[in-house]
Design a protein around this ligand. Structure first.
Ligand code: GLC
Ligand code: CA
Length: 569
């Protein structure tokens, strides 16, 4: 009797505490931590160099955690810092369970993770699933003979005729996607560089070995993964030729429609299983998903929301003009896709937003406009390091200076990705305070004006604007939970919307033009027949009136953010 009541007590205690744990990870709206977190991408080579060898490292990142927390960052995604020959600067992994000595040690990782946790910053690792380095022991074994135990861990095929690759597929980095191996007299497949052979995900042993990778890092405290190049996991078993489009690409090859080697349905089985591993660890999966449209994006969320929580929507990396109608269309589509929206403006593969959206005259104001925009939408933003201080692309001017192999191969049409990967600009001392050694990429001259230390002192800096928007995002309930309600949808110059929740709203007004604008808003239909507006944040903008219609005035690229409630009678 006594025994069984103790048991009942214990069981109910267990049920209670697991329910409590579940409750703790969701808010009143059922949202989980990653839905309110601000993510920040760090390219570790370029963030902070602690040992002054010219290359950033993990102790460097650790030393900047206070800066990141202060800025308003909740999670950092670190691009690959595993041991690697660095052909693709880390995206060619030769050991998934370690840290490259140039970045530090596992002990450095653990120290970074502990300190990050203390500050409430989560760590997201990059999971390179499609391929390994050709120096990974798996591939070394695989290429050693046709009967090697790991032969079938990669995609090996005979040519279609002597000296001819199995089909017409091209590597996205130039050249054939097939590499002849003279020792075993077969071709292996690589969607990216020759040194990045594709894993054969049809082999269950590969799947098992690869699923152990996130498990290893979850034990070390990571909060999720950004899944690299997920589109490319599977290839058509019949290896059918892809069709080509007219013209040639930067590498002088026909433009190819990658129908038979990207986005095959099989990859969704892998994502569903990986999601289970993630769910056991309260972790998030972010996808590098190059979706063409919303229906493709929806496939990555999964039919029952059981694949990626955060497939990246890259549409904002492609609009490249400040066009309210264009953005309106994209936001509406993503906002109603059924999953949680993810907004990205820049990353280590794309020219910086400062250059893509800047008009050459109002660049700093436009940088603030972008912050006022994507950090106030319903969804999770992923920032790119340096964006918050207005870092610009620094493209190489001579082929011999290029570090990224695609830039050397595609020069001058394709200059590679060095320009968006330059060292973080911390202050106005030599090398922008990134290193006292010789930085692996040159620091652009803009560091004299655009750097953390100077901008912290300037109340009107891009950095301080970011800090204010991020602070607002963390404290304002409407920005946290509110619905996205587009306003004045026929305005071609000003993009505006409400974030509406529990009888209140935040009004965001963004002048995307280079002339002054005076947009006004009748918010009766949104439940504010008698609106009262108070300014939360404004740059080159002000509130003119809030009696019945709300009137604002914005200078070129001005931003107005205000709180809307109902006026007392
Ligand atoms: C992803 C990465 C890119 C890398 C490629 C191959 O696209 O973002 O930097 O070169 O995958 O791993
Ligand atoms: Ca270093």
């Amino acid at each position: 009797m006594l025994k069984s009541s103790v048991l009942v007590f214990l069981v109910s205690l267990l049920c209670f505490s697991s329910a409590q744990a579940q409750q703790r990870t969701r808010d009143a709206e059922g949202h989980q931590w990653w839905q309110h977190a601000v993510f920040y991408e760090i390219y570790p080579r370029s963030f902070a160099d602690n040992n002054n060898d010219g290359i950033g490292d993990l102790p460097g990142i650790t030393s900047k955690l206070a800066y990141l927390r202060d800025l308003g960052v909740d999670a950092i995604w670190i691009t690959p810092c595993y041991p690697s020959p660095q052909v693709d600067f880390g995206y060619d992994v030769s050991d998934y369970d370690n840290i490259d000595p140039m970045y530090g040690t596992l002990a450095d990782f653990d120290r970074m993770e502990r300190q990050a946790k203390q500050r409430g910053v989560r760590i997201i690792m990059d999971f390179v699933m499609n391929h390994t380095s050709d120096q990974h022991p798996w591939f070394i074994n695989s290429r050693s003979s046709r009967t090697a135990p790991k032969r079938d861990w990669y995609v090996w095929r005979d040519g279609r005729a002597p000296g001819q690759p199995p089909n017409n597929w091209e590597s996205t980095f130039g050249g054939s996607a097939w590499q002849w191996d003279s020792k075993t007299r077969q071709f292996y497949y690589h969607f990216f560089y020759v040194q990045q052979p594709d894993l054969n995900w049809r082999n269950p042993e590969v799947e098992k070995a690869m699923f152990d990778v996130p498990r290893f890092w979850f034990k070390r405290g990571v909060a999720g993964f950004r899944l690299d190049a997920v589109d490319t996991l599977f290839e058509d078993p019949k290896l059918r030729d892809n069709s080509t489009l007219p013209g040639t690409n930067a590498f002088g090859l026909p433009n190819m429609v990658n129908k038979y080697n990207t986005k095959l349905p099989e990859l969704h089985d892998v994502l569903r299983q990986l999601r289970q591993v993630a769910d056991q660890n309260d972790a998030v999966l972010i996808g590098e998903t190059w979706t063409r449209d919303i229906s493709e994006l929806q496939q990555y969320y999964g039919g029952h929301g059981n694949e990626l929580q955060m497939p990246m929507d890259f549409l904002f990396t492609q609009v490249n003009k400040l066009s309210p109608p264009e953005f309106r269309k994209q936001i509406a589509a993503v906002d109603s896709a059924g999953g949680w929206p993810v907004y990205v403006f820049s990353n280590h593969d794309i020219r910086r937003a400062y250059n893509r959206y800047g008009d050459g005259q109002h660049n700093d104001q436009i940088a603030k406009l972008l912050a006022g925009f994507y950090l106030t939408l319903r969804g999770t933003p992923i920032m790119y390091y340096g964006e918050e201080i207005g870092m610009q692309n620094n493209d190489p001017t001579r082929r011999e200076d290029v570090k990224d192999p695609i830039g050397r191969r595609g020069w001058p049409k394709e200059k590679g990705r060095d320009g968006e990967r330059t060292p973080m600009q911390w202050n106005d001392t030599a090398n922008a305070g990134f290193t006292t050694g010789k930085p692996w990429l040159p620091v652009p001259d803009s560091y004299h004006t655009h750097n953390v230390a100077s901008e912290l002192k300037d109340p009107n800096s891009i950095l301080n604007f970011y800090r204010h928007v991020l602070a607002l995002r963390h404290t304002n309930l409407q920005l946290r939970e509110g619905r996205y309600v587009p306003l004045n949808e026929s305005d071609n110059n000003v993009l505006s919307y409400l974030r509406s929740y529990q009888g209140k709203a935040v009004l965001v007004v963004l002048n995307m033009s280079d002339s002054a604008q005076k947009p006004s808003f009748n918010l009766a239909a949104q439940g504010f027949a008698r609106p009262r507006v108070s300014t939360l944040l404004a740059t080159s903008a002000k509130l003119l009136s809030d009696s019945k219609t709300v009137q604002t005035e914005l200078q070129p690229f001005g931003v107005f953010i205000g709180e809307v409630s109902t006026a007392a009678k």
